[in-house]
Design a protein around this ligand. Structure first.
Ligand code: ADP
Ligand code: MP5
Ligand code: MG
Length: 716
């Protein structure tokens, strides 16, 4: 049997402690353990049967279950309805031949081995008797008191090289061995203490799995229809999987005769042949992720559902394809019910707006409706939902990831790209997601990366000059342009993402009593002047950071811009002193000579530490919120968004508010946004992430800075 041995939990009742073996296993499987071995040398056969029954229920088909040594108990537990997939035998335990005979050809049979003589013995057995070897110990361990001399990673690698069957590394394996053992050729890691004796087995398992997957090329199977014009269906899937770093496989549910204009005909081969294709793959290859596309009719859906029930792939991304971009049906209308039943088997489903309406059986009038419907559907099916906004009217094409079980609702903003090349966008996105999830990405990060890649590929689509209708996207545009480096988002997309990312901070600023009072003029003079005094202190240092940006700027345009901004910042400081922070305004010499308050100090510390790092990209991201948030606030104050008072010339702070809405400051802000986000677009993914963080941290400091005058009694 072909099994995913990547993360293999071996139980130890003592190490599981009060939590117990069953609960430990349940959580570890939640976290991604793929196979569980019940190992309890002290239990009686009757106790072992009970434990297997309980474990089988807790695992619920999400991982394989084998038992150490106790063939009889496995057989009895099977009779009692437990799903026991096989046994793991030691050199001294029952004969593997007898186990194979008793458990049948589909059982998983493992054997402990660590010497050349053991390997000779395995070679002498009929092919298919032993499925894998447990090889160790890797390091000294206390969970096997009588263990042989440790092999170490090198000894393990040498053993694997001459083994006829896959080898799992066991014995003292810790998370930091993951990469080395993967590179040494391990089929998986068998872990005892590092999963049983930890507070959070799910988190530990997730960490193992993520590190394991990061080093592998995932094997991704698309189960979908064929599009001979190459833009959608399995053709799009295979390109998308490859472009995102996976090994692509494809099982055909249907053949369409379509091009970029329309679907002319659909041929659905017999489902018996579909099943033969599916088994041919899973009998030979461990499938890391499945993407499901066009399913044609109810019988196809049932066939795929039965196969999923047998194989239980760890990741299933289901794109509930109903209608093609051209408007032609790809699913028989009477099959919608059957499709709904299949959703429960998915990890993630990716409906467009029309499909979401059908699946959730409600009307969707706008994006807010779509999010609510997605949340409801997610709760109902127990899977995450990525609702796609490609068919929204207007200039925006957002997507949103909703997972009711985790209380997750994450929006991904994006301007609509003006292009006709949208054929196969849904197919491409879902297979990219299956691949990225199989590479160990978190769902939110996977969606972000898939969208970045998709948007670049959509933009490049027209350049392919394929077809007269809705042409395809250019799946390898990034690869062809940059030789495979991560996709680069456009500056405008980065701006949208950063701005959306601080939506909570912006709402927080709008709600501050200080801002409300500033808008309607009710703000007392004293906190206002103390705010200005802090602002003056801030601007002087801010100017130095801007000057540092000028010093490091890669082009003379940018150099000039940041130098002018530094100058502007100093002029701003001087003006504050000239017109507001004066004895005439009631500002005493004491306030004048004020010290920076905590919020000012914290903000400046952040800016200076970024500036000290000497990275132009990060500095310009950190200085951006001071431009952007002020301009945005000024524009909205001026537009009367906070009430009409702010525009009244008799408003006590009218002249100060006017400087907010100064057109030349707005122009400078546009330029600052452009320089920062273009630097981000040119940067590698790691630098871009640092920039995003620096931007978000500065934004949070802006909020604290506005809050300070009415908050801290010891403000400057
Ligand atoms: N013109 C466009 N500009 C930017 N993104 C788009 C555009 N059209 C579709 N997308 C994106 O392509 C993906 C597929 O979405 P959608 O077209 O809604 O689904 P489907 O292709 O299944 O009908 C989504 O990520 C969506 O945001
Ligand atoms: C065989 C096949 N499967 C799926 C689609 C959906 O295409 P889109 O991704 O544009 O929704 C398609 N046109 N053809
Ligand atoms: Mg589409």
């Amino acid at each position: 049997m072909i099994a995913d041995l990547s993360l293999y939990l071996v139980t130890d009742a003592a190490l599981c402690g009060e939590r117990g073996v069953v609960e430990t296993v349940r959580r570890a499987v939640d976290g991604g353990v793929r196979i569980v071995q019940l190992r309890d040398k002290a239990a009686t056969d009757a106790e072992t049967v009970e434990q297997l029954v309980a474990l089988s229920q807790a695992i619920d088909g999400r991982a394989l279950l084998v038992v150490n040594d106790r063939l009889e108990a496995a057989l009895v537990a099977r009779e009692r309805g437990a799903r026991v997939d096989g046994v793991h035998l030691g050199q001294g335990d029952e004969s593997v031949l007898r186990a194979r005979e008793a458990l049948g050809p589909d059982a998983l049979i493992g054997l402990t081995a660590n010497t050349p003589a053991h390997l000779e013995a395995v070679r002498a057995l009929p092919h298919g008797t032993v499925d894998y070897l447990g090889v160790g110990v890797i390091r000294p361990t206390t969970t096997k008191p009588d263990h042989p001399a440790p092999l170490g990673v090198d000894g393990f690698a040498a053993f694997v090289a001459s083994s006829p069957v896959p080898c799992v590394a066991i014995g003292g394996v810790g998370i930091d061995d993951t990469e080395a053992l993967h590179a040494a050729g391990a089929a998986g890691l068998a872990v005892v203490s590092a999963l049983c004796a930890v507070d959070d087995p799910a988190a530990a398992a997730e960490a193992f799995r993520r590190r394991w997957l990061a080093g592998s090329v995932p094997r991704v199977l698309s189960i979908a229809g064929s599009d001979p014009s190459g833009g959608a269906g399995i053709q799009a899937d295979l390109k998308s999987i490859a472009a995102n770093g996976g090994y692509g496989m494809a099982v055909l549910t249907a053949l369409t005769a379509q091009n970029t204009r329309s679907v002319r005909d659909v041929h659905v081969p017999p489902t018996s042949f579909l099943r033969t294709q599916l088994d041919a793959v899973s009998d030979d290859i461990a499938v890391d992720a499945v993407k499901i596309g066009m399913l044609a009719d109810a019988e196809v859906i049932r066939t795929v559902g039965d196969w999923l029930e047998k194989v239980r792939p760890p990741i299933v991304v289901l794109d509930p394809v109903m209608v093609a971009t051209s408007g032609d049906r790809l699913l028989a209308p009477d099959a919608e019910r059957a499709l709904r039943d299949l959703l429960g088997r998915a990890t993630l489903i990716t409906p467009n707006l029309a499909e979401l309406a059908v699946l959730s059986d409600r009307e969707i009038a706008d994006w807010a409706d779509a999010l609510d419907a997605a949340e409801e559907l997610s709760a109902e099916i127990g899977a995450a939902v990525l609702v796609k906004g490609g068919h929204l009217p207007g200039d925006e094409a957002p997507d949103a990831l909703v997972d009711a079980r985790r209380g997750l609702r994450q929006e991904f903003p994006g301007a609509r790209i003006a292009t006709a090349n949208t054929h196969g966008t849904g197919c491409s996105l879902s297979s990219a997601l299956a691949t990225l999830l199989a590479r160990g990405e978190e769902p939110g990060a996977a969606v972000h990366a898939a969208r970045t890649w998709l948007r670049e590929s959509i933009r490049a689509g027209a350049g392919l000059r394929v077809g007269q209708g809705n042409g395809p996207i250019s799946h390898f545009a990034g690869l062809w342009e940059r030789g495979g480096a991560d996709a680069r988002p456009e500056a405008a997309d980065i701006a949208a993402e950063w701005w959306e990312g601080i939506a909570g901070i912006r709402a927080g600023i709008d709600d501050l009593p200080f801002i409300r009072g500033l808008a309607d003029g009710s703000l007392k003079r004293e906190p206002f002047l103390s705010y200005l005094a802090q602002d003056a202190l801030y601007l002087r240092e801010y100017a130095r950071v801007l000057a540092e940006a000028a010093r490091l700027a890669p082009t003379s345009d940018e150099q000039a811009f940041w130098a002018e901004s530094a100058h502007g910042s100093i002029v701003g400081e001087l003006e504050l002193h000239a017109s507001w922070l004066t004895p005439a305004q009631g500002v005493s010499a004491a306030t004048f000579a004020t010290e920076p308050g905590p919020a000012t100090t914290a903000y400046l510390d952040h800016l200076r530490s970024v500036a000290f790092g000497g990275d132009y990209a990060e500095i310009v991201a950190a200085v951006l919120p001071c431009f952007w948030l002020y301009t945005d606030l000024g524009r909205r104050l001026h537009a009367g968004e906070f009430g009409e008072d702010a525009r009244d010339p008799r408003h006590p702070y009218a002249s100060w508010l006017a400087t907010y809405a100064d057109p030349s400051f707005e122009e400078a802000t546009r330029t600052a946004i452009a320089h920062a986000t273009e630097a981000a677009s040119r940067a590698d993914a790691e630098t871009r992430a640092r920039m995003h963080r620096a931007f978000a941290v500065s934004s949070a400091h802006e909020l604290a800075f506005f809050a300070a005058p009415l908050e801290s009694p010891d403000r400057g």
